[in-house]
Design a protein around this ligand. Sequence first.
Ligand code: C2O
Ligand code: CU
Ligand code: CU
Length: 486
Amino acid sequence: MKRRSFIAGSMAAIAAPGLVGRVRAQPVFGGQLPIPPLMEVGEESGNRLDAIEGTHAFIEGEQAQTLGWSQDHLGPTLRMRRGRTARLTIGNRLESEITSHWHGLHVPGWLDGGPQSLIASGRNIEQALDIDQPAGTFWYHSHPHGRTGDQVYRGLAGLLLIEDDRADTSVLPSAYGVDDIPLIIQDKAFTRRGNLQYDDGGMAAMQGFRGDRIAVNGALEPVAHVPQGLVRFRLLNASNARVYVLSFDDGRRFHQIASDAGLLPAPVSRSQLQLAPAERAEILVDFSNGAEARLVSQDVPVQMMGGMMGGGMMGGGSDLEVLKVVVGGSRPATVSELPQEFSGAYLPVFGEPVRRREFRLNMMMGMGMMRAMFGGRPTFGINGQAYDMGRIDQQLRRGETEIWEISADMMSHPFHVHGTSFQVLTQNGISVDFAETGMKDVVWIENSAEILVRFDHPATPEAPYMYHCHILEHEDSGMMGQFTVS
Ligand code: C2O
Ligand code: CU
Ligand code: CU
């Protein structure tokens, strides 16, 4: 206990203003919401994604140096179909190494694009992904160890949608970019000259890097034009560390229809929705009365255990503007009534759990903390060990159901598992209603959680799967482990 308060005091003392990501009082809504181009990825060859350097004007008249997949910033939305093979060439036209990680996809370890699967500068790799999982909203991003935070922040990320004939989506809005709108939410910080600012040492690594402006699909606080009717938003929190609690400024309710890995059994009525880094949700919002609305988020403070650094100093209070929605698109809405049910929900099918495993996400790792206090990279870990590419942390068996119990140390963390989707059983010791959470691949560890998990694909020691905190600065500082499935 004594040690904790010592750390807390010291962290407070070195919290430089401006680094923590306080939010400006009055953002002005900017331009039109950009819609990432759609790329259908099927069996035919010829689809490419190239990691490139680019420039992007977040702020009018000022160019930021960015990264992107075949475009200046972020990447196209990939659309794949269940039961088909998705063929794709990944090229690396950067000087640094990258990987192509398919976040949420059930593919074997050697196709997963984890930190072991580096693509060297100038190289191309061919990928053939056999898609066999329910419809949902996923994403892809680079994942080289120690540099994931930097690369994702600059733009090496994009959305990935899976379509499934078993899901009758005719009752759901599904015209991409019209009434089925992707929203990639990220926070950014800028230098005086409009370039991106990023830091993954010191306080930024401790808390995770947070910017003071919100970009949606690469545009700051943009305006979306939607048809009068029911609109589906596919939300992805692609921020390095920021947690959003989203709601509409006029208090209107909406329905969540999907979480990370697919459709829920039925729509869930909500007035707000929390999205931790890497989490996804699909929501239906009724715009049939023609009134505009603003999507806002609470400025969620960094959540320290025991309330140590909650509120006050760490931000909190004012809302962040995310997106303004104006009714009156050029095309009509395809759906006007909220579907009471839809087919194709991702229902869990697990056997009896045969094993329990425990994972403790550690920030208290000796000298690592001291380095961070002097602006350096801290060392974080899981179960007392920092990530080591040469060490396999767990060995699992294909098809065996397990219960994983994850607990947090010092602050709350979003825990992500590669290669599968899981069901959350409890959070902070309280059981969770599956109907409201659905199948997931990221779980918010406020204090602790238990998940039910099973792997159906193999992962070898050369290309293992990862589990890690999806606060990218924590991951890059070692809060990650790797495992095989045989
Ligand atoms: Cu979003 Cu290890 O990944
Ligand atoms: Cu992942
Ligand atoms: Cu973390």
